[in-house]
Design a protein around this ligand. Structure first.
Ligand code: DPP
Ligand code: ZN
Length: 844
C-alpha cells in the first residue's frame, strides 16, 4: 500500500450542498439509498470513495450510469458531469452482520450502530469521504426496531421509520446511525441563551439505572463549556448511545455520540473510582468536540491533533476544575510518560502532526492526543491566560463552519497575541522528546541555571533543531521558604543560562513546575535535595515529582547495584504518607512506586540494558521495605479512611479510598493477605472489591475470591473484563503467558469483542515482567493472537501490536525474539494494511 502525504493535499473539486440517505435495515442485506446534491468548484472527474459496496443502481440527474467501481471507489468522468448543480444517486447493499471490523455500519448485540471516523463512511455508501467536504444531512431509517436515531434533530417518525435532519454542515466521519431495542435515561438542559435541549442516554433494557453519573457529567460539561469557553450547544437533542462492541473509547458524531459501554455505565457496585473519573472525562471530551472537531473540523487527517490535542486539553482542564488540578496533573503526566514518551522513544515515533501515513487509524496515538494536548498547554503558558482566551475566541469566530489546519490554528495565536510562533511550530512537526539537562552556579548572590536541550533522531528525522521550551521555575530558601515564585523561562537555544540576582543564600531550584513542557528533565540532584523538595515545594506537581525522582534513583540502584532502600527515601516518603494536611489522593499518588516499564525506559536512557525480571524483583523488595517502615501506621491508615455512609464517586471520597487501598497493598506484603481477604468480603463497592482482589493476586493468592467474583458478576460484560484483566496483570512473571493463554480458552473469551480481547492481551503487555519473560512465551502468544485477530478486526490488532514497540531497549535475546515475532506477523498471508504498517515500522 502507498503512503499518503500531507504535501499531496488538493481541495475537492465539488461542493456537496446536501446529502439525503435512506437506510432499509436488514442484518445481512441493508440497502442504502443516497442522493447527493453537488456543484462543481473546479475542473476534474468526480471521485467518490466506496469500499465493499454491492451496487444496485447508480444515476446522475436521474439518468442511469453504467460505471463499475474499483476496489476503493467510483470515478465519474468529467465529461459526464453537467454544468451547474446536479444530483448523484446510488443504491447499494451492505452486510452489517458480517462487519466484524466494527467500522462503517455493524451490529452489536442485536443493535445497529456505526463508526465512521476516520474512513468508515465509505463502507456505507459512495461519498467524498474526507473531512474537508462538509454537508447538511437528511436521514430516513426504515426498520421495525423501536429506537431509530441519527444526527441532528428529529423531523418525523412513524411505525417502522424515522427521519432526522442535521442542519450543521459536517464531514461524513461524523455521520451516525443507531437502531435497536433501547431504553433512555433522560434529562433536560437549557442553554445559556435559552435553548431547551432534550438529553438522552440510550442503553439496553436493564442498564438504565447505571446512567446517572454519565448524565450528570454531561450536564456539567455543557455548563462548563458555556462558562469557560463561551460555547453553547446548537441542536434540540443530544443523544448518547452505549454499545458493547467498539474499537475506541467513544465517538463525537454530531448530536449522537456513540460510546463504548464501559465509558457510560456505572454504579458503585460495578464501577471503580477510576472508571467514574474516566467516564466524566470521556463524556466531557466527546461533548467538547461539538465545537472543537465538529463546528470546526480538520482539513485532512494529518491535522487530527487540531481537534484531538485541543479537546484532550479541554477535558483535562474540565476534570481539574471538577476534581483537583494537582492530582489531575500528576495523573496526566503519568499517562503521558507511560504511553507517549514510550512511543516517542521508539520506532513508532512520529510528529504531533505526522506528514505521511499508510493507514490513518494507526495515528490515533498518544502523540497526537496527549502530546497534542501538552503542546496547547505550552502555548497557553507562553501567551498567558488572557492571550489564550483571546486567541480561542478568534479561533471560534474565524473558523466556525470550516475545515482548518495547524497553520490556521497558529495564525490565530499570532494574530491575537502578536507573537511569532515559527519556532514553536516545531512542536507540531518534529518528533521525539527533548532531553533537558540542568546545571547551576552560585556566586556573590547570583544564582545561574544553565539548560541544554537535545532530541535524539527519530524515524525520518535525523536533525533536531532546538525548540522553544517554557520552563517554569521557582526558588526556595534553604529554610523552605519560597523566595522566587513560579516564573516561566523561555528557552529557545540549544544551551541557555538564566540568572537570578540579589539572593542572600544559595537557593534550591524547583524546575519544570507543573510539568511545564513535555521533556525529560535530566538533573542530577542529591537525595537530600529531592527529599527537601518533597517536603517543601509549594508546587504540588514538583513536590510529587521530587518523591518520584527519589524513588527512581533508589530503584535504579537496587536494580543495578543490588542496593537496598535507605532511610532517606523511606523517611521522606513516610512523612508525606502520614501528613494529614495533604490531600489523601496526593498521598496515595506519592506512595505509588515507579512502574516497571517506566523504569526499563529510564535505565535504557541511562545506558543500562534493563532486565525485566530484576526490575520486578527490586520493585517488590522496595514495596516490602516501605511496608516495614510504615508498619505501625498501616492498620490505622486503612481503617480511619473508611468512608462513613453510602458510596459517593466524588474526588474527595475517591482520594480517601485510593489512600486506603495503598495502605492495604502495603499491609498485604506483611500479613500474607489477611487484611485484603477480609477487605474483599467487606467491600460494598467495586473500587474496594477490585483493590482487595489485586492485593491478593499480587502475592499469589486470591483463587477463592476470583471464584466469588465470577459467580457474582458473570452476567456483566464490563465487570467480567476486570476479572479477566486482573488475573493477567497480577500474574507472576513466569505465569503471565500461561494465565492469558488459559483465559483465551474461557467460554466467555470472545476475540470479536475489543474490550474482552484487550482485557486479556492488553493486560499481558501491561504485565511488564510477564510480557518480557525470557521464555518468550508472551511474545509468541501475543503474535499468535494478533495474527488471528487481524482478519477479524485489523484496527484493534494494529493498535495492540504496540506491545512490541519497545524491543530496542532490551538485550540481544529478547530483541531477536520480538523481531522474530514481528517478522512472523509481517509474513502472515492476507495481512491488513493496518497491522502491516505497524509491524513494518517497528522493524524499521
Ligand atoms: N472518538 C475518538 C475521540 O473522541 C476519535 N475522534 O477521540
Ligand atoms: Zn477526541
Amino acid at each position: 500500500p502507498q503512503p499518503v502525504h500531507l504535501s499531496d493535499y488538493r481541495p475537492f473539486p465539488f461542493r456537496v450542498e446536501g446529502a439525503e440517505l435512506t437506510f432499509r435495515l436488514n442484518p445481512s442485506a441493508t440497502r442504502v439509498l443516497s442522493r447527493l446534491h453537488l456543484v462543481r468548484q473546479a475542473p476534474g472527474d468526480l471521485r467518490l470513495d466506496g469500499e465493499r459496496l454491492e451496487v444496485l443502481s447508480l444515476s446522475l440527474n436521474g439518468q442511469p450510469l453504467s460505471l463499475t467501481p474499483d476496489a476503493t471507489g467510483l470515478t465519474i468522468p468529467a465529461a459526464l458531469i453537467p454544468e451547474g448543480p446536479f444530483t448523484f444517486e446510488a443504491e447499494v447493499r451492505i452486510d452489517p452482520a458480517a462487519n466484524t471490523a466494527l467500522e462503517g455500519l455493524y451490529m452489536s448485540g442485536g443493535m445497529y450502530c456505526t463508526q465512521c471516523e476516520a474512513e468508515g463512511f465509505r463502507k456505507i455508501t459512495f461519498y467524498p469521504d474526507r473531512p474537508d467536504v462538509m454537508a447538511p444531512f437528511r436521514v430516513r431509517i426504515e426498520s421495525d426496531l423501536p429506537v431509530l436515531l441519527s444526527n441532528g434533530n428529529p423531523v418525523a417518525q412513524g411505525t417502522g421509520w424515522a427521519e432526522w435532519h442535521d442542519p450543521w454542515p459536517k464531514p461524513a466521519y461524523l455521520f451516525a446511525l443507531v437502531a435497536g431495542d433501547l431504553v433512555a435515561h433522560r434529562a433536560d438542559f437549557v442553554t445559556r441563551s435559552g435553548r431547551p435541549v432534550d438529553l438522552a442516554i440510550w442503553v439496553r433494557p436493564g442498564d438504565q439505572d447505571r446512567c446517572a453519573y454519565a448524565m450528570d457529567s454531561l450536564i456539567r460539561s455543557m455548563r462548563w463549556d458555556e462558562e469557560v469557553y463561551g460555547r453553547e450547544y446548537d441542536l434540540d437533542v443530544f443523544n448518547i448511545v452505549a454499545v458493547d462492541d467498539f474499537n475506541m473509547g467513544a465517538m463525537e458524531n454530531k448530536g449522537l455520540n456513540i460510546f463504548n459501554s464501559k465509558y457510560v455505565l456505572a454504579s458503585p457496585e460495578t464501577a471503580t473510582d477510576d472508571d467514574f473519573a474516566r467516564i466524566e472525562a470521556i463524556i466531557a471530551h466527546e461533548y467538547f468536540h461539538n465545537w472543537t472537531g465538529n463546528r470546526i473540523t480538520c482539513r485532512d487527517w494529518f491535522q487530527l491533533c487540531l481537534k484531538e490535542g485541543l479537546t484532550v486539553f479541554r477535558d483535562q482542564q474540565f476534570s481539574g476544575d471538577m476534581r483537583s488540578h494537582a492530582v489531575k496533573r500528576i495523573e496526566d503526566v503519568l499517562t503521558l510518560r507511560a504511553r507517549q514518551f514510550r512511543e516517542d522513544a521508539g520506532p513508532l515515533a512520529h510528529p504531533v502532526r505526522p506528514d505521511s501515513y499508510v493507514e490513518i487509524n494507526n495515528f490515533y496515538t498518544a502523540t497526537v492526543y496527549e502530546k497534542g494536548a501538552e503542546v496547547i498547554g505550552m502555548l497557553k503558558r507562553l501567551v498567558g491566560d488572557e492571550g489564550y482566551a483571546t486567541a480561542l475566541d478568534l479561533y471560534f469566530t474565524r473558523h466556525d463552519g470550516e475545515a482548518a489546519t495547524i497553520e490556521d490554528w497558529l495564525k490565530v495565536f499570532e494574530d491575537a497575541t502578536g507573537r511569532d510562533l515559527t519556532q514553536f511550530a516545531r512542536w507540531y512537526t518534529d518528533a521525539g522528546t527533548p532531553r533537558v539537562t540542568v546545571s547551576d552556579d552560585w556566586q556573590d548572590g547570583t544564582y545561574t541555571l544553565t539548560f541544554r536541550q537535545e532530541t535524539q533522531p527519530t524515524p525520518g528525522q535525523p536533525e533536531k533543531p532546538p525548540r522553544v521550551i517554557p520552563i517554569a521555575v521557582g526558588l526556595l530558601n534553604p529554610n523552605g521558604d519560597e523566595i522566587v515564585p513560579t516564573t516561566v523561562l523561555e528557552m529557545t537555544e540549544a544551551a541557555q543560562s538564566f540568572r537570578f540576582e540579589g539572593l542572600a543564600a544559595k537557593p534550591v531550584p524547583s524546575i519544570l513546575r507543573g510539568f511545564s513542557a513535555p521533556v525529560v528533565l535530566d538533573r542530577k540532584a542529591s537525595p537530600e535535595e529531592r527529599a527537601f523538595l518533597l517536603a517543601h515545594d509549594t508546587d504540588p506537581f514538583n513536590k510529587w515529582e521530587a518523591g518520584r525522582a527519589l524513588a527512581k534513583d533508589v530503584l535504579a540502584r537496587m536494580v543495578t547495584e543490588g542496593a537496598e532502600p535507605g532511610p532517606d527515601w523511606l523517611d521522606a516518603l513516610a512523612r508525606v504518607a502520614l501528613d494529614e494536611s495533604l490531600d489523601p489522593a496526593f498521598r496515595a499518588l506519592a506512595l505509588r512506586l515507579p512502574g516497571e516499564d517506566d523504569m526499563a525506559q529510564t535505565l535504557h536512557e541511562a545506558g543500562v540494558t534493563p532486565d525485566p525480571q530484576a526490575i520486578h524483583a527490586a520493585r517488590r523488595r522496595m514495596g516490602r521495605a516501605l511496608a516495614l517502615r510504615l508498619r505501625p501506621q498501616l492498620p490505622a491508615l486503612f481503617d480511619t479512611l473508611r468512608e462513613p455512609g453510602p458510596f459517593t464517586p466524588d474526588a474527595r471520597a475517591a482520594g480517601r479510598r485510593a489512600l486506603r487501598l495503598a495502605a492495604l497493598s502495603l499491609l498485604t506484603r506483611l500479613d500474607e493477605g489477611q487484611a485484603a481477604a477480609s477487605a474483599y468480603r467487606a467491600a460494598d463497592n467495586m473500587t474496594e472489591e477490585v483493590g482487595a482482589l489485586a492485593c491478593l493476586l499480587d502475592i499469589g493468592r486470591g483463587q477463592e475470591e476470583l471464584g466469588l467474583f465470577q459467580a457474582r458478576w458473570q452476567g456483566d460484560r464490563n465487570v467480567m473484563d476486570k476479572w479477566f484483566a486482573l488475573q493477567v496483570l497480577h500474574a507472576a512473571p513466569g505465569e503471565a503467558a500461561a494465565t492469558a493463554e488459559r483465559l483465551t480458552r474461557h467460554p466467555q473469551f470472545d476475540m470479536k469483542n475489543p474490550n474482552r480481547f484487550r482485557s486479556v492481551m492488553g493486560a499481558l503487555s501491561g504485565n511488564h515482567a510477564g510480557f518480557h519473560h525470557i521464555s518468550g512465551a508472551a511474545y509468541r502468544l501475543t503474535a499468535d493472537w494478533l495474527i488471528r485477530l487481524d482478519p477479524v478486526n485489523p484496527q484493534t490488532a494494529a493498535r495492540m501490536s504496540t506491545a512490541f514497540e519497545t524491543w530496542a531497549r532490551y538485550d540481544a535475546d529478547r530483541q531477536a525474539m520480538i523481531r522474530g515475532e514481528l517478522q512472523r506477523i509481517l509474513a502472515a498471508p492476507g495481512l491488513s494494511r493496518d497491522l502491516g504498517e505497524m509491524a513494518g515500522r517497528m522493524l524499521g
